[in-house]
Design a protein around this ligand. Sequence first.
Ligand SMILES: *Cc1c(COP(=O)(O)O)cnc(C)c1O
Length: 403
Amino acid sequence: MTSTTEELIEISERRSAHNYHPLPIVIHEAHGAWVTDVEGKRYLDFLSGYSSLNFGHGNPKIIEAAQAQLQNLTLTSRAFYHDQFAAFCTGLGDLTGKDMILPMNTGAEAVETAIKVSRKWGYEVKGVAPEQANIIVMEDNFHGRTTTIISFSTDPDAHDNFGPYTPGFKIVKYGSAEAVREAIDTNTVAVLVEPIQGEAGVLVPPDGYLTQLREICTENNVLMIADEIQSGLGRTGKTFACDHEGVVPDIYIMGKALGGGVVPVSAIAADQDVLGVIKPGQHGSTFGGNPLACAVGNAVIEILNTGEYQARATQLGEVLHARLNELIGKGVVTVRGRGLWAGVDIDPSLATGREVSKALMARGVLAKDTHGSTIRLAPPIVISEEDLLRAVDLLADAIASFQ
Ligand SMILES: *Cc1c(COP(=O)(O)O)cnc(C)c1O
């Protein structure tokens, strides 16, 4: 029996917690950059599962790998080895240039893992006094939803009324290397940074920021942790957003697109002198590094090793940003971003981001607002140039409808 859009939305709202505010569309299937709703209407996907779908919906290589693995082996737990694990750790280690991988499932778990590893490294390698470690984090950060991670969120929605909060974090202004230098003390074990702040509205820090953070961390024997969960794996035109400055963090955090849009796959990558602090029984996950996740991850790594998607994100990114910049002064205040990733600030006197998102949806493009009047654009990197240009025209039309 088929239900109508309205019925499905009504049931979903009645029977699920209201922790999201979805646009009123019920998606049924998707291929490449296109999704189809239950009424058969097609839309271009400009959210890509918050950049989980960098390689497109139903990417044939990834689906083929997943299907083959489904027939063979899906779960072992880490109590045993399985035959996809070595390739995953080697592949991801080589992609990041790091000795070791610690696989988890969701992004938040990988961030938690990086926090735990850097604290343990602080006590056991750096020699920080027990319970005294601190980690420097940035204003307007987004690193996930666990109680520890939201403890250092500056977004009241994410943070308020979820205490008591986990101590041990110092919040400084994003984009200011000086602020980090001033905040560092002898108990600082790590600096945790998004190379581009995604949820905050695709905020690109000043040129040289990451380079300076790298230098400050090295000088002070502090680990630089790059949360590349949203910025990494091709989105910005490089494998990692840190690559734009040639910066190599001590710990990479990956998630989202690592699961190829199929399953949650996350991991951290670091060298032996850092990740070696974790011994049997000290950290883990029942599902982390499972055979299906590793098989999907291996297909993703293979795709990234060709460099095709990075090159395509660069090329299409130039097209996207050139066209978006033409909208400045025509209802658009600012455009930020890198590669196939943009944050577009709409003139707040015209419409909210949500109103523009709805107008855009009515025109066949799915995008999501973030923080008031900002719209984030991040189509699957497989999108055709023609579809990309069409979507920007539809955005211009949607904005014009409020003028
Ligand atoms: C999405 C995201 C996370 C959290 O990932 P989940 O899989 O939702 O837990 C962490 N950091 C950044 C930068 C993200 O974009």
